[in-house]
Design a protein around this ligand. Sequence first.
Ligand SMILES: [Zn+2]
Length: 118
Amino acid sequence: MSKLDFETLSILSEKGVEFCISVPHECGECGQTTFRAMPEDLVIFVDDPAAIYAKAHGVTKSEYRDWVDDECIAHCAAKTRAGRRCRNMVVGGYQVSAKRWLELQGGYCAVHGDGVKI
Ligand SMILES: [Zn+2]
């Protein structure tokens, strides 16, 4: 059972009450954003804020978590000769929004840009 009364929230929403959630500042590009939540979003938000932050950023929750874990930096998809994942940054992938970070997955750093292994 949710901590919030969905019915009350719906009535308030119908009467013109708006629910705005401040989405945390995660990266330089997107800055602070405000997400206009619907009653059903609030019910989720109480127990699982990350799910709503992900929705506000237009990505899935696991993508959102990976993006935060990567500190908003897209990393090169290439492997080094030692077989390890290259940890260089994708060109233009520093502190990008979650959507941009997702687009840059599979991209390469300046060294691996031409597909040559170091
Ligand atoms: Zn690389």
